[in-house]
Write a protein that binds this ligand. Structure first.
Ligand code: ATP
Ligand code: MN
Length: 145
């Protein structure tokens, strides 16, 4: 039932909490985890309009490097528990890319945090988790902050 897990993460505290639930799914028959991070295109566009090309390239590379490091840390933790792990680092609009990757990977379950780095107090769900719950045809486990 939980054979293949898609875990989209923005590396926020809430996503870290969601990772604890991903780990627990090993005992429930989880075998494979696809960890996905989407570098937000709109942040890059903002950056490009405020910096020189050279700075932009440097910062973009730095963002990519840190993102793959973060993915690596999570992979290691999951592999130690016996999961088969795939890392996916993508660029684009997070909620669109998460849905696209869910279509491609066809997971048994998607595990997301209810919120992410935005972390506005009042809102019930962040825009990514809301879209995933509404639009995805896969079961979704939403871990609350
Ligand atoms: P908003 O972005 O709408 O201001 P938020 O940041 O609080 O609100 P979301 O972005 O919806 O909330 O984050 C909810 C969950 O969605 C995160 O815990 C994470 O699991 C996933 N997520 C969010 N952004 C990304 C991303 N860039 N890449 C991968 N997963 C993401
Ligand atoms: Mn967000």
């Amino acid at each position: 039932m939980f054979d293949k897990i898609l875990f989209p993460t923005d590396f926020s505290d809430v996503a870290a909490k969601a990772l604890q639930y991903v780990k627990q799914l090993r005992a429930a028959g989880g075998r494979e985890v696809v960890i996905l991070h989407v570098i937000d295109q709109s942040n890059l566009e903002l950056l490009s309009s405020y910096s020189t090309i050279q700075d932009y390239i440097t910062i973009e590379k730095e963002i990519e490097k840190r993102s793959s490091e973060e993915l690596g840390f999570i992979s290691n933790e999951l592999r130690q528990l016996g999961f088969m792990v795939t890392e996916r680092l993508e660029k684009g609009i997070p909620l669109r890319v998460v849905l696209k990757v869910a279509d491609e990977e066809n997971p048994s379950v998607i595990v997301v945090g209810s919120h992410g780095k935005g972390n506005l107090e009042e809102i019930l769900l962040g825009s990514v988790s809301e879209k995933v719950v509404r639009k995805s045809r896969h079961p979704v486990l939403v871990v609350k902050r």
